[in-house]
Structures are given as C-alpha cells and as structure tokens.
Design a protein around this ligand. Structure first.
Ligand SMILES: [Zn+2]
Length: 421
C-alpha cells in the first residue's frame, strides 16, 4: 500500500503490536539516495550506493552502505534492486472530492467559448456543485478512493484535500463525512474546510450575507458535527468572488474554531491575499501568480508557505506563471502542489507538477523536488515527512532510474515508484 498506511490493529494483543513495531529493517542495494536536508531551506543530499535503516517505521540512519553501523547486521534486509530512494511526494493543495467532470466544457473552451460565457450558461463551477450535491456519501468515498489510488501509484504519500463543491451546509457536511471515512480507512490526508469556494446560487448577489452565514453558522456547525476531521480552513479571495475582508472573516472564524488558515490568493489579479495570509499567520497562500513584492517579503517574514500551482496556469492557457524565483530570492520556502480540481486542473500526476516547476517556474530540479516534499510537508505541519533524515516517517519511494533527474528530463515518461513504508 502506498499513500494508505496500514490500519491500526487495535484488537491484536499488545505483544503482537510491539513485536511488529520494534522490527528493524535495512534497505540496501540502492543505486543512490536523494533527499532534501530538513536543516536547510534549499539543500539536498545525493548519496550513491546508499543504505537506509528503519526502526518503528521511522528512518533511524541513512548514508553510504559501507558506513552502516554494525548494530544493524541482524535487521531484515530489503533489496532496493538498484533503484534510487527518495521521500514520497506530498501534495499540499487538492480539491479531491467532487462529482462529475468538466471534459465537455474543456473542449468548449478550446472551441473559443469564454469562461464567463460558460458560467452565464450555468456551467463552470456551478456544474460541479450540482453533480457534487447529487452524489451520496458512498459515491464520494468511492470517487475519493479511485483518485487516491492513482496518486499513490505515482508516488504521493500524503496530501491535503478541501471541501468546497457542496456550497450548502448539508452537502459540505457530506464531503466532510466522506473525508472522515477515507481517513478512517487509513488514507494519509489533511482535510481543509472551504465552504467559501464560490458564491452558491442560493446567495446570488449577496456575498456579504453568504460570508456571514459561513463564518458564523456553517463553519462552527461543521466542526461540531465532525470534531477533529478538518485541520485547516480556506477561502477563495479573488476579484469578482470574495474580497480580502471576506477572507479575513472566514479565516478568523476558522482560527477561533482551532483551524489553521490557508488562502487562495492573487490568482488572476493582486487582491492582497498574500499580505492577509502573513497578517493572520496562515500556513500557506496558494496560486500567487499576481503576488506583490511586499506580499513576498511579508510571507517570508511571517513563515507563510507560498504554494504554487503551475499546472493550473497551464491548464487555463495562461502565460503568467507565479514568480517562484523572486519568491525564493525574497526568502520564501516555496511549495508546489497540483490544485487537482475539475475546472482548472484535472491533473493527478505529481511528475507533471515537478516538470512544470522546472520548466515554467524556472526552479532547479533540487528546488522543485524540495518544494514537492519538504516544504509541502512543512506547510501541512509535518516535520517528519518530505525527507529521509533520522526521525522521518519511512515513506520511501524507490525509482527505477539512473538518477532522479531523469524524472524531469524524460518528459511524459510515466515512472511508477515502489513505495516502502
Ligand atoms: Zn484550489
């Protein structure tokens, strides 16, 4: 199993669990090991002919094989089959659960119909909201598992997943119920509450009223119904959708409920979302194609992770990719994510994101890889994911490549790693 970790066997006697937990394993016969260094912002390590020692499902040692301490000589040996070991990918921005798809709309856009025309005809996000409201919890769980299986086959070991295609209290509640069940089944994910993803038809012309209802009624009620399921809250701050002031109301309400803010910001124009994220101490500000220099500096100072979504820019046929290089120079620890969603990024492939990070955001391979592992994990509050240093959870991807650089270099090649955990 990949993204999914084994369920806890609470019914087994403690002795069984303890024996299982204390098992020592060593991965040898690795062509190499490539990992971000968690002690630095942008350093990676590349060790040829490496070994990894694992205790209690955590990395206990990594280094050149011939330096493996003698205490590991009785450990179970796992044959790395001459592959490269890396940490599995972490995807810190997905809209995993929604009903239907928008492939017909995609082609209409290619025929020249504008997004505004589609929306005026009841299409766009409205179409997905209709399909999501019609889906039962069981259908949503099945849809979610299919997508999670695809992502995990491609090397994603943990992800963030948002609500936001229900846009009513009851359908947002069904999305949360489905996420709770997916977590219960052992999928490794963090859930974000995002009822303020768009203005629902029931509140047409009244964004102020909708934001007030979400902040004062829906968010508290959803947290009450599903305690501990959501970890983050999010809001779509964009011209024509919600203002920075609306964003503040939603995120402050979420924070009072124990949720950590994230924010969709500066995607189509500068709205001040990055600055708001810094002011509120958000974990991340996402999209940021039109982020200001001030926004970059304030995010760096406040420790907000700019989460860039280059596949969305590509999918929408836009030219303005987020200014990753300027953000790195400003001191930001940039993360990369898929933004998987039906309207603006139907992408369930982490290697696409890695390649776009290099080719369109002009990040080096080492930077893009770090952004999809270490910084992605940090933005979700997991210091023990996204690297292979001692203490990290042993979610190791084994790639059949001469060097991990090939993952980017051979464009379109569908590498499928073996995941050990
Ligand atoms: Zn999004």
């Amino acid at each position: 199993m990949l993204l999914r970790s084994l369920p806890r066997h609470r019914n087994f006697p403690y002795g069984w669990q303890n024996r299982k937990m204390s098992k020592q394993r060593v991965i040898t016969n690795l062509k190499g090991l490539f990992t971000p260094d968690p002690n630095m912002a942008w350093a990676t390590q590349s060790i040829e002919d490496a070994a990894l020692a694992i205790q209690d499902n955590r990395i206990a040692w990594m280094g050149p094989r011939h330096d493996l301490p003698s205490g590991w000589k009785d450990a179970e040996v796992i044959d790395g089959q001459g592959r490269w070991a890396t940490p599995g990918f972490v995807d810190p921005h997905t809209h995993l659960l929604f009903g239907g798809d928008r492939s017909q709309e995609f082609n209409r856009r290619l025929h020249g119909v504008t997004y505004a025309e589609l929306a005026a005809a009841g299409g766009g996000i409205r179409e997905t909201v209709r399909a999501t409201r019609l889906a039962s919890v069981e259908e949503l769980i099945q849809i979610g598992e299919e997508r999670l299986r695809k992502l995990s086959r491609k090397g994603v070991v943990h992800l963030e997943a948002k609500t936001g295609y229900g846009l009513s209290l009851e359908s947002e509640s069904r999305l949360l119920e489905a996420y709770a069940e997916l977590k219960q089944r052992g999928w490794s994910l963090d859930v974000t509450l995002m009822p303020a993803h768009d203005l629902p038809p029931e509140f047409a012309g009244d964004p102020d009223g909708f934001i007030r209802v979400v902040a004062e009624e829906w968010q508290p009620e959803l947290v009450r119904r599903f305690p501990g399921v959501a970890k983050f809250c999010d809001v779509f701050v964009e011209k024509g959708v919600f203002t920075a002031e609306h964003g503040r109301q939603i995120l402050e309400s979420g924070r009072a409920l124990g949720l950590t803010p994230r924010i969709h910001a500066d995607e189509f124009c500068h709205t001040g979302g990055a600055e708001l994220a810094a002011e509120l101490g958000a974990a991340s500000a996402d999209h940021l194609m039109f982020c200001s220099e001030t926004g970059m500096k304030t995010m760096a100072a406040a420790g907000v992770t700019p989460t860039l979504l280059p596949a969305t820019t590509l999918f929408l046929g836009m030219r303005d990719f987020a200014p990753a290089r300027r953000m790195i120079e400003a001191g930001c620890k940039v993360a990369l994510a898929s933004d998987f969603n039906p309207g603006s990024c139907a992408c369930l492939d982490p290697l696409q994101i890695l390649r776009l990070g290099c080719l369109q955001l002009r990040m080096t391979f080492e930077e893009a890889f770090t952004a999809m592992t270490l910084h992605a994990a940090r933005s979700l509050g997991h210091a023990d994911l996204g690297h292979l240093h001692p203490g990290a959870r042993a979610k190791v991807a084994l790639w059949d490549v001469k060097h991990p650089l090939e993952l980017v270099y051979w464009m379109g090649e569908a590498y499928l790693p073996t995941i050990l955990e």
